[in-house]
Design a protein around this ligand. Sequence first.
Ligand code: RRO
Length: 308
Amino acid sequence: MDLSVTIAGVRFPACMMNAAGALCVTREELEALGRSRSGAIVTKSMTVEPRQGNPEPRYYGFPGGSINSMGLPNLGYRAYAALIPELKKFGKPVVASVAGLCEDDFITIAEAINASAPDLIEVNLSCPNIPGKPQIGYDLEASERLMKRVRKVITVPMGVKLPPYFDPAHHEQTAKVIERVGVDFLSLINSVGNGLVVDPERETVVIKPKGGFGGLGGPLIKPVALANVRAFWKQFKGRLPIIGTGGVVSGSDIFEHLLCGATAVQVGTVLVEEGLGVFDRLQSELAALLDKKGYSSPAACIGKLKEL
Ligand code: RRO
C-alpha cells in the first residue's frame, strides 16, 4: 500500500518520520535516517553555537516510556545549514528543527537555515529542559511575538512544535495565535515536560540534570498526544495539517493518531529504543491494518474518529 502523504504541498514517501531529537544530531545519524525507511529526515533542534547538552545520564527508557533532559546537544546551525543541501540526495523531505536560547537566536537561525532550503522548518517552542528557561509555548504573548518574527524570514513551509496543553481554553487561545501568525503545519506534542521518574531500589532519580526532572515520552503520553492532535484538528476544522507525536509504538498507534486528525506521525522513544528498523515494522503494521479495515490510504482516515 502507498503510505505517502502530502503536508503543506510537500510529499512524504511515508507518513512517519523521526521526531526531532531522536537519532538526528550528527551527520552520520542524519544520513542513516536518509537511508532508512523514515518518511523524512528531521534534524535535532539547533542553536546558534554547538552544544554538548546537559550532563549524563540524561535519557532513561523504562517500560512505560522515557524521560530525557538532553539540554539541546547539537552541532550549531552553521553545520546543519551546510549539511541540508547534501541530505536532499536521499529523495525525501528534510525538516530543519529550529530552537534558540533567546528570541533573537530563533530569527538568526531561521534566516540562515531557510537559505539552505530545507523542505520544511519546524520551530520548536517547547523544549522543557534548559535550566532557567521556561517553555516558550506556555507563554502565548512570547510565542506570538516570536512566531511573527520567524514567519517573516521563513519562505519554506513553516510549522511549530508545541508543548502539550491540558485545558480546552489553552487549545482555543493557542489556535487563535497560530491563526494570526499564519502557520503551515503543527507538530504535536513535544515531551510532557518536567516529569519525575524514581528508582525505588536505589532511592534515586534516574537522570542527572534538574534534580531528575525531564520530558516524558513514549506510550505513557499517547492519550495526551491524541487529545492535543484532536483538539487542534477541531480548532482548525481539519484545514491545518498536523504531525502527531507521542506514544507511537505500533501501526495501530499511528492509526489512532490519523483518526484524531494527524496527517503523519513522528517517533521518538521507540526509535531510540528499537533503532531505524522500526520504520520497516511500522510500515508493515500500518499497511496491514489499513488494508484490513478497508482504507485505501493514510489520508482516507484522517480525522475520522467517531464520537459517542
Ligand atoms: O534537547 C532536549 O533536551 C529536548 C528538546 Br530541545 C525538546 O524539544 N524536547 C525534549 O524532550 N528534549
